[in-house]
Every structure is written in C-alpha cells, then in structure tokens.
Design a protein. Structure first.
Length: 163
C-alpha cells in the first residue's frame, strides 16, 4: 500500500496543476478589442463548424465578429454576449462546453484509473508474499507444480470420504 501513495500524490499534483492553469487561463482581456477577439475565439463559425469565428473568414463569421463588437461597445458583459449567441444558435455555437463537469469528468476518470492500476500492481506483487514468508516449495526447493497440489487435494478428499 505504501507504493500507492506516490502514485496518488503524483495524480493529485497533476490535478492541482490543471486547476492552476485553468484559473490563470480564465483571466479576462483588458481592452474592448481583446474582448471581441477572445469572445470570437469561443464561438463556432456557423459555416465552417470546425473553426472559431476568430479563425474563419466567411461572411457569417465576419457578421458575428461585427455583432460581437457592437455588443461589447454597448457595454454587454462577456457572459451576456455568449448568452445572446446561444439564444440565437443554441449551445452548439459554443466551442467549449459550458458545464464544468464536462471538463473535470475526464480528469477524475484518469485519476481513478491511475489509482486502480497502482492498486492492481501492488496487489499482484504482494500475492506471492502473503502468509508472512516465502511461498511453499517442493522436494528440491522448487515451487510445487499445480499437478502436485491437485493430486494432494484429491488424495485428502478421498481420505476424508473413506473416513
């Protein structure tokens, strides 16, 4: 079990690093132009679908960028701008899922898999040393073969039946 602790500690450090990166990356841009670019990068182009509005050069993307500029100039918050486009196009328009569970679920699954794998490895290594000592050996110091163990069990059961 003591070997599982370093694995869990490494996984906890990795999760903490992801939280720090997420917090640092979520700082809002300062100027209106930066806000427009930031918001355009969060919205999907209706024509391209694989690109953000910031990356796309279609007419629809140009129109959305212009509309974002107008909304930001009118004093709307970033969330209000995103909500405006979600009302117009649906959740599909957002490149990133709005629910934080969608971001954390894969991290939790990977963490649980690492812990389970570490426990499985530790369990496999400790099976041979259970019972406080070395595994039983045969006549020449070698481990008994499965046939010897089966034969001994059959003999013991027959003797028990004969009484």
């Amino acid at each position: 079990m003591s070997r599982l602790l370093p694995v869990a500690a490494m996984a906890a450090l990795a999760a903490a690093a992801l939280v720090v990166v997420g917090v640092l990356a979520s700082t809002a841009p300062a100027t209106d132009a930066e806000r427009v670019e930031h918001l355009a990068a969060q919205l999907r182009c209706p024509d391209c679908e694989a690109l953000s509005v910031a990356e796309s050069r279609t007419r629809a993307a140009d129109g959305i960028r212009h509309e974002i500029s107008e909304l930001v100039a009118a004093g709307r918050s970033d969330q209000a701008v995103r909500d405006h486009f979600v009302e117009r196009y649906g959740q599909w328009i957002l490149l990133a899922p709005a629910d934080p569970l969608a971001w954390w679920l894969p991290v939790v699954v990977v963490f649980a898999a690492v812990v389970a794998f570490g426990a499985w490895l530790l369990h496999g290594r400790s099976v041979g040393t259970r019972g406080g000592g070395a595994p039983p050996t045969g006549a020449a110091g070698a481990p008994p073969s499965p046939r010897d163990a089966d034969a001994r069990r059959v003999r013991d059961e027959l003797e028990a039946m004969d009484g």
